[in-house]
Design a protein around this ligand. Structure first.
Ligand SMILES: [Zn+2]
Ligand SMILES: [Zn+2]
Length: 282
């Protein structure tokens, strides 16, 4: 039986994640270096355009298909059904965001929905805006990475050997992509193809946890502080329609009106037209 070993009512910010600080710092330095490197080692006008295009190509694959559609709407909330090979493919796409193991991401997010804006929410602005934005990952609850917590909140994924493999080797898809990009065009391709999407994507994801529980409008009187925020929605493939999402988390579509642009819903619609998304919860 899985038991929680922490004391109720005491929020155990018991772990300073130096590895997270170092990782975030390295990826920001790499992202800043990308245009500087391209400027110093300028080759042709083609490469000047091609590298930003590479970043713009990988971003919707990793953060759109992978994170928003795969991690969030499919794996966390099961807003639609898809063949297992599609599920694993979306997982690999999401791992390219380098936002830790997908199982940890999903367990933390399920906890967020269960305890939204209460004392036990892993990242509520009620415990401090910067805490909800980035602080909770640095001075964090150590238990969020521990097996009892993952078993409690992501038992379905922990019992799947393929998901367990990617839980252990969550860095593998990015490493393989880095090797491919390096073989293709050296360090510059890695800086643009991995460091920029990862670093920029982190900031966009953090906005959902912080800004979308603080600033925006509400369509539904939910018991939490969730807000709809149009500019966060544009940056996060529709994840900024957060009040709509908290109203019915299982709903695969977050933008509920024509003016609520929801790129993830468009991607799910494409999967549906290909026969790869079924039993879509609306
Ligand atoms: Zn939320
Ligand atoms: Zn959610």
């Amino acid at each position: 039986m899985v038991t929680e070993t922490y004391q109720i009512g005491v929020k155990p910010y018991d772990k300073f994640r130096l590895d997270t600080v170092i990782g975030i710092t390295i990826f920001h330095i790499g992202a800043i270096l990308a245009p500087i490197y391209s400027y110093i080692y300028y080759e042709t006008i083609f490469t000047l355009v091609a590298y930003p295009m590479l970043a713009l190509l990988i971003w919707p694959i990793s953060h759109g298909l992978g994170l928003a559609v795969g991690y969030h709407r499919l794996l966390t909330h099961r807003g639609f059904d898809t063949p297992k090979w599609v599920e694993y493919t979306l997982t690999v796409c999401g791992l390219l965001t380098l936002q830790s193991s997908h199982i940890k991401w999903i367990a933390v997010h399920r906890r967020h929905h269960q305890e939204t804006d209460t004392f036990n929410d892993p990242h509520s602005p009620r415990n401090g805006f910067m805490h909800s934005h980035i602080g909770w990952m640095i001075y964090t609850e150590g238990r969020l990475s521990e097996t009892p917590f993952l078993e409690k909140y992501a038992k379905d994924l922990m019992s799947d050997p393929v998901h367990r493999f990617f839980h252990k080797f969550w860095w593998l898809p990015s490493t393989i992509l880095a090797l491919v990009l390096f073989a293709f065009d050296g360090i510059e391709a890695i800086l643009w193809g991995i460091f920029i999407p990862v670093a920029v994507g982190l900031h966009f994801t953090w906005l959902v946890n912080s800004v979308c529980h603080k600033f925006g409008s509400r369509m539904f009187e939910t018991d939490d502080d969730s807000k709809n925020n149009w500019w966060v929605a544009l940056l996060t493939f529709g994840e900024g329609w957060h009040n709509n999402h908290h109203d019915k988390p299982v709903r695969a579509r977050h933008g509920l009106h024509w003016y609520q642009i929801d790129f993830s819903w468009m991607l799910i619609s494409v999967l549906k037209s290909l026969g790869l998304a079924k039993n879509i919860k609306l």
